[in-house]
Write a protein that binds this ligand. Structure first.
Ligand SMILES: *[C@@H]1O[C@H](CO)[C@@H](O)[C@H](O)[C@H]1NC(C)=O
Ligand SMILES: *[C@@H]1O[C@H](CO)[C@@H](O)[C@H](O)[C@H]1NC(C)=O
Ligand SMILES: CC(=O)N[C@H]1CO[C@H](CO)[C@@H](O)[C@@H]1O
Length: 224
């Protein structure tokens, strides 16, 4: 029987939700590994809605679960219904929704809080020693909840290729070990059973991001 892997989404679109290509890469690679994806999202309203042409907020209200359902092709459940017992692993793709709807990282950085349901789910998988895969900005959730954990969000020196490199410094300030890595690489924290990769934290061609996420997914399924 294939492994059952929970995928938690944060909306639909890089600037206010889950990064669509990252979410899709996770689903594609889970399928390739013979695993069964079960998609969840919290039933809460988004912090805001961004017009992705203008890159600016619009006066609209949208629901994280309803938006995430677009990526899940309708096959999605309320995160409140997730039961860790029937699942082998957890993966959370990136996108600003992770920093805006799953946590308050976008506005509060290392002082952020993590959405209650998301915290409960991460702690449940962690306590059960089930692997957790995170990419792009999602490792900040682990850094906030599991002090001393090891993660990567790519490189820690800002340049054209690594526009969000300051995140690594914030992770160190939270007491976590940040490991520099290339977009194709993953970092595994065996003690916390965390598998992380930088994805769109890197200004890289989209196929390299797709493949890097594939390496993360493969390792999560192997550990599950
Ligand atoms: C989400 O919450 C709203 C408002 O409480 C409710 O009407 C709706 O049924 C919920 N959706 C799901 C899928 O649980
Ligand atoms: C976090 O809180 C500290 C202490 O209140 C404050 O000095 C710092 O500016 C805050 N950092 C952010 C990113 O909000
Ligand atoms: C509308 C809104 O801000 N919704 C939520 C998005 O996520 C953050 C972090 O969990 C919540 O604090 C917000 O209430």
């Amino acid at each position: 029987m294939g492994k059952r892997v929970a995928v938690v989404l944060a909306g639909c679109g890089v600037y206010d939700g889950s990064e669509i290509h990252e979410a899709s890469a996770v689903l594609v690679h889970l399928s390739r590994e013979g695993a069964q994806a079960e998609v969840f999202a919290p039933n809460i309203s988004q912090m805001h809605v961004v017009d992705h042409v203008k890159g600016q907020p619009t006066p609209e209200q949208r629901n994280v679960l309803v938006e995430s359902a677009r990526i899940a092709r309708g096959n999605i459940k309320d995160l409140a219904q997730l039961d860790v017992k029937g699942l082998d692993a957890l993966i959370i793709p990136g996108g600003f929704g992770v920093a805006k709807n799953l946590s308050t990282w976008a506005t509060q950085g290392k002082n952020c809080s993590v959405c209650r349901e998301v915290e409960d789910v991460l702690r449940a998988f962690h306590a059960a020693h089930k692997p957790i895969g995170l990419c792009c900005i999602s490792p900040v959730l682990a850094a906030k909840l599991f002090p001393g954990c090891e993660v990567t969000v790519g490189h820690d020196t800002e340049c054209e290729k690594w526009p969000y490199a300051k995140t690594a410094e914030s992770l160190r300030e939270l007491g976590c070990k940040h490991v520099n890595s290339h977009v194709s690489e993953i970092h595994v924290d065996p003690r916390n059973r965390l598998v992380t990769t930088s994805a769109f934290m890197c200004n890289a061609p989209i196929h390299e991001i797709h493949d890097g996420i594939g390496n993360m997914v493969k390792e999560v399924v192997r550990l599950a």
